[in-house]
Write a protein that binds this ligand. Structure first.
Ligand SMILES: Nc1ncnc2c1ncn2[C@@H]1O[C@H](COP(=O)(O)OP(=O)(O)OP(=O)(O)O)[C@@H](O)[C@H]1O
Ligand SMILES: [Mg+2]
Length: 224
């Protein structure tokens, strides 16, 4: 379903260049729960951002459902990002002054979903992450675990087929981290394709497959 084909990413600054990814290739099957591990600076976020079209490779391509992302127009890319992908970040990226409801509503507004349908989808997503009843709360007043569950609701609300999560448990204590991992596991069992970037091997072991990056290259690809 997702194919990374010879991805290379070089960052240039002034006369210096830095190769963050070097010829990375692998395929992810529909419904697979994949984790990407590796030391800090090994290229994990760069890879995830390229899959999510938040960044572009210097060479190589990402192919999703037989379509090369580098051949899509800007409009098609925006649609792909909005309809097919849900992002979950370590630092949440919620709008702090907005309510839980409004934060989860954002992807639906972008997708022009009509109001009645929006409400159903938002409440359904909040139910899935056990946040029903908190929809009027302001995002800034939530605990870390609650914030991450709202992020997952926001990632889910538009029914994407792919969830990309970059260290979603990185700012959480172990109990809340576990809750988030169990939630991702459940979503994978329901058929979502999930790519998880993590430092935590215990979390990685809850997934179907672990890809290890070192200095921008895949050094192991292990099916569990
Ligand atoms: N915009 C940028 N300009 C220059 N170098 C960058 C840029 N973004 C990332 N890098 C470099 O690319 C390498 C890979 O970065 P990346 O963020 O993908 O690592 P990571 O594996 O996610 O690390 P961490 O575990 O610390 O989040 C790092 O050495 C980083 O300094
Ligand atoms: Mg990172």
């Amino acid at each position: 379903m997702i194919k990374a084909d010879s991805l290379t990413k070089i960052y240039y600054s002034g006369n210096n260049s830095y190769t963050a990814l070097k010829d990375v290739s692998f395929s992810i099957k529909k419904g697979e729960f994949l984790s990407i591990v590796g030391r800090s600076g090994s290229g994990k976020s760069t890879l995830l951002n390229i899959i999510g079209t938040l960044d572009k490779p210097t060479s190589g391509s990402v192919i999703v459902n037989n379509k090369r992302l580098d051949c899509l127009t800007k409009k098609q890319l925006d649609q792909y990002r909005n309809k097919e992908i849900g992002f979950v970040f370590q630092s949440f990226h919620l709008e702090p002054s907005y309510s839980v409801y409004k934060n989860v509503e954002m992807p639906l507004l972008i997708a022009n979903v009509p109001p009645k349908e929006r409400k159903e989808k938002i409440l359904d997503a909040l139910l899935k992450v056990d946040m029903l009843g908190k929809e009027k709360n302001c995002a800034s007043q939530l605990s870390g675990g609650e914030k991450q569950r709202v992020c997952i609701a926001r990632a889910l609300v538009n029914s994407p087929s792919i969830i990309l999560a970059d260290e979603p448990c990185g700012n959480l204590d172990s109990v809340n981290g576990r809750v988030v991992m169990e939630l991702l596991k459940k979503l994978a069992q329901e058929g979502k394709t999930i790519v998880l970037v993590t430092h935590n091997m215990e979390d990685a072991k809850m997934t179907d497959r672990i890809i290890t990056l070192k200095d921008g290259q895949v050094i192991s690809d292990e099916i569990l």
